[in-house]
Design a protein around this ligand. Structure first.
Ligand SMILES: Nc1ccn([C@H]2C[C@H](O)[C@@H](COP(=O)(O)OP(=O)(O)OP(=O)(O)O)O2)c(=O)n1
Length: 451
């Protein structure tokens, strides 16, 4: 059965389904503001998008990327909404809602990203995997069936944990975003356990199963969301994606594919003429040289390229509308759009020239050592907390040094009551750090004088 917009745009809030909207303040606006003013969002300004610890002020960090993605997402939502309203598939007063929920979900889409970008995700996962293999420390007491969600640390699942649990004083439902925004945010509507059972050792049979978006501890919060939205449930316990998740994904793809190559020119990894060429391939024609300096030409080309990519994504959504609403669409919108080839070329450029560039590679190695040093050090604290029967006051009374460390970093130990919750708290702390703060904490625990 096809999904229905009345349920998909449900403005009810996680753990507060009955929470009403105030006149003039629809749920998506309130979501946007809650996200924007949250501390994890603020920290995105000091988190790696592609280039760790750069000192070039035009290069993207996760916050500006999130805001650009929100801007593109709003255009995608407005374009799709208007076309659906014209066809009679969406009520006219739902067009702004559709665009607003996409915009809010785009704003929050990277909130769970750790320091040092994708490489930071791998570093955290590798640390947990090594810990489980060694059989040492409190990490080794995490039940085996729950280990994969640490070994393959996922910023997407961490994001759902932040907005659904951690923010706003760890109240039930966290930021209590609307179901519609949470659904649009959820690219991977499954836990790791469910995903592994559905996928096995082979290739993911569904686009929403490529990774996972929910930790086991948050499964009930996700179920509540999925039920409220009417996302089709599969026998293995996973769900089909919310249709708007495809728009959030397309907005993300458009932004990072295009802006990553522009940043690469700023960082010296690509030549400006190569960047102009790749953008011209999206626009479909060479840009007239009007005597403009190359930087301005690239600026103009970027604007045209983003505009045309938005149109292509809207068309792709409308062309695949029935499959999307049935939960059967199994691809990315940009991959099936008229810009697919030009985007494949951008992907190739990124993988061959940007992600493997020397400076980035060296700093990713540094980042890994930094994260591992911090994880090693704090792991001991959780071990001693276990020995104190998970009583934080007892830990502080028995171990003056840990009391000092808790004070120094304002460590949040609420809800820690066994090895599983302890290791999530450790992952919360480390993944929540900015690149800069990770260096500072590493220096502190290593006894280096802070820079
Ligand atoms: N080895 C890599 C791989 C990716 N990136 C950068 C490129 C993009 O700017 C950004 C993409 O990150 P996302 O978290 O948006 O990732 P995806 O869309 O690939 O994955 P997900 O499905 O987890 O959102 O990371 C990088 O710097 N180095």
């Amino acid at each position: 059965m096809a999904m229905e917009w009345n349920r998909l745009l449900n403005p009810g809030r996680l753990c507060r389904p009955e929470y009403g909207e105030k006149p003039g303040r629809p749920a998506y606006l309130q979501d946007y503001d809650r996200i924007l003013f949250s501390e994890p969002f603020r920290r995105l300004a000091q988190k790696t998008q592609v280039h760790p610890l750069h000192n070039h002020d035009h290069v993207h960090h996760r916050m500006i990327h999130s805001m650009e993605t929100a801007s593109v997402g709003r255009s995608l939502g407005a374009g799709v909404g208007a076309a659906l309203a014209e066809r009679g598939s969406l009520a006219a007063d739902q067009v702004a809602r559709l665009a607003g929920h996409v915009e809010a979900a785009c704003l929050v889409h990277d909130i769970g990203n750790p320091p040092f970008g994708h490489s930071g995700e791998d570093s955290i996962g590798d640390w947990f995997a090594a810990q489980f293999r060694s059989g040492r420390g409190i990490a080794a007491e995490v039940p085996p069936h729950l280990r994969a969600e640490f070994e393959h640390f996922e910023g997407n699942a961490q994001g759902f944990r932040i907005v659904g649990r951690l923010e706003y004083a760890q109240q039930q439902g966290g930021l209590r975003l609307s179901y519609a925004t949470l659904g649009a945010f959820m690219k991977y509507p499954c836990t790791r356990l469910v995903r592994d059972e559905a996928v096995g050792a082979g290739k993911a049979p569904y686009v929403g199963l490529k990774k996972f978006g929910v930790f086991q501890s948050d499964a009930a919060l996700f179920e509540e969301t999925a039920e409220a939205l009417g996302l089709p449930a599969e026998p293995g316990g996973w769900r089909r994606r919310h249709p708007l998740a495809f728009l959030v994904e397309a907005a993300d793809d458009i932004c990072y594919r295009i802006l990553d190559i522009e940043d690469a020119a700023s960082m010296g990894d690509l030549d400006r003429a190569e960047v102009a060429g790749a953008l011209e391939a999206i626009v479909g024609k060479p840009n007239e040289d009007r005597g403009l300096p190359m930087r301005d030409r690239i600026g103009l080309l970027r604007a045209f390229a983003i505009g045309q990519s938005i149109d292509a994504a809207v068309t792709a959504f409308l062309e695949n509308y029935d499959a999307i609403m049935m939960g059967e669409f199994n691809n990315g919108l940009m991959e099936v759009s008229s810009k697919a080839q030009a985007f494949a070329r951008l992907k190739e450029l990124s993988e061959q020239r940007i992600f493997v560039a020397r400076r980035k590679t060296e700093l990713e190695i540094t980042g890994r050592q930094v994260l591992h040093a911090v994880l090693d050090h704090f792991h001991g604290l959780y071990g001693d907390l276990a020995a104190c029967g998970w009583d934080v006051e007892e830990l502080k009374a028995r171990h003056g040094y840990w009391a000092k460390l808790i004070r120094a970093v304002d460590l949040d130990l609420r809800g820690v009551e066994d090895a599983y919750t302890a290791m999530h708290a450790l992952a919360d702390f480390v993944s929540g750090m900015t690149d800069r703060y990770a260096l500072k904490v590493r220096d502190m625990v290593a006894g280096s004088v802070s820079r």
